[in-house]
Design a protein around this ligand. Sequence first.
Ligand SMILES: CC[C@H](C(=O)O)C(=O)SCCNC(=O)CCNC(=O)[C@H](O)C(C)(C)COP(=O)(O)OP(=O)(O)OC[C@H]1O[C@@H](n2cnc3c(N)ncnc32)[C@H](O)[C@@H]1OP(=O)(O)O
Length: 253
Amino acid sequence: MAYKIENNEGIVTFTIDREEKRNAVNDEVMEGLKKVITYIKEHNEVKFLVITGSGEQAFCSGGDLSEFHLLKTEEQAFGMLSKMGNILYELATLPVPTIALVNGAAVGGGCEIATACDFRLVASHARCGFIQGTLAITSGWGGGTYLLERRLRYDQALKMLIDSKKYDAAHLHEIGWATQVFEGSKDQALEEFIFDIRKIHPEVHQAYKQIELRKWQERNIYERVMQEIRLCAKLWESDAHNEAVNRFLNKSK
Ligand SMILES: CC[C@H](C(=O)O)C(=O)SCCNC(=O)CCNC(=O)[C@H](O)C(C)(C)COP(=O)(O)OP(=O)(O)OC[C@H]1O[C@@H](n2cnc3c(N)ncnc32)[C@H](O)[C@@H]1OP(=O)(O)O
């Protein structure tokens, strides 16, 4: 199975379990995310959603290039991108607080997943970035829109997107992308982070989160996410993108 779902007293953890591919997202992972989001919407006793990756090398390395490089046209790309874009929108707008437990590299779509969460607890060794630009595309799952909604300074958020490179944990915290940086056990870091909030009734958490979600609704965030995805799909067809992906896939052969 490409993922694990655990429920520990209302704390639901979704683990991308593809360590051999640095937890790259394939269709099975997408289906798993849809499953956990549906579970949370149908079970009021759930307090938080935690997303993490297996192993210590990667949280998530984005879309699975060995699968998605087969997509050649704008419409083929839009099909995959919009499927994950809709999943990420449902994740970003869940009523419960969401925590990205960034156990390692979060790059490309992996950085988008972490950005779509309310909190980012980042391992001190993790390097994260919107590296899509190195593949001659832009963020394709809505992560650029969510990043520019977060409270980073605009210039720092835009630089993170157009740098298209991995930042270290200290810098991610300095610019306000990382909520916290932790050493050692990710489970202990999570326990410490939720120590106080788990004492507070979940309806309080959800009421406060609704204040932000109402603003997103008023500002048509869904339409903006879909415009972002369409732009990425247009770039997907370029020779520059296809050549960059082939270089990555051939590098280890
Ligand atoms: C789909 C679109 C989406 C979007 O936002 O629109 C995107 O996510 S686009 C960006 C796609 N992701 C990438 O370009 C990242 C590629 N991976 C890396 O940069 C590195 O693997 C890294 C930094 C995550 C980890 O580096 P490390 O040195 O620890 O590992 P290796 O690079 O040696 O990789 C080990 C093994 O995993 C395979 N791998 C890694 N990432 C992916 C991936 N995204 N898709 C498919 N396969 C991936 C890599 O090929 C190696 O396989 P092996 O058979 O052992 O050679």
